[in-house]
Design a protein around this ligand. Structure first.
Ligand SMILES: [Zn+2]
Length: 131
């Protein structure tokens, strides 16, 4: 039995980040369907399940890989717009970002230095802020 399953899965694409995301959407739609009893959620969740199985059992690795890359690039763009990437979170922990009151230039100040006088590197405006 295990041997047969192994043979069946050989050369198949398997799971990736996109299929995990599709499964999360599937769970959300299934739960939404349970609470609302709307057929649209049922139809969407069924569709998502079909797509995720199709991708996992696919032998066209190049196409599936391209889909996953596209998903990852969209995801990263969204996360960075919301300021949620790992790097941005790290930055916020260690730095304050202030805007120059005169020209609007963003200025990064290390945290925990008390009240300091900041000189804008762009226009030379000075202003005091807590770091
Ligand atoms: Zn300035």
């Amino acid at each position: 039995m295990k041997e047969r399953l192994n043979r069946f899965m050989r050369g198949r694409y398997g799971a990736d980040e996109l299929s995990r995301f599709i499964l999360v959407l599937f769970v959300i739609c299934t739960v939404a369907n349970m609470f609302t009893r709307l057929n649209i959620f049922y139809a969407v969740s069924l569709g998502l399940l079909v797509v995720s199985y199709y991708r996992m059992f696919s032998r066209d690795h190049a196409a599936r890989f391209a889909e996953n890359q596209k998903y990852l690039s969209i995801k990263n763009k969204l996360l960075s717009k919301l300021g949620l990437t790992e790097r941005q979170r790290q930055q916020r922990k260690n730095y304050h970002i202030y805007r120059c009151p005169a020209c609007g230039q963003k200025i990064r100040i290390p945290r925990g230095k008390g009240k300091i006088c900041i000189t804008c590197p762009k226009c030379g405006q000075e202003f005091k802020r807590k770091s």
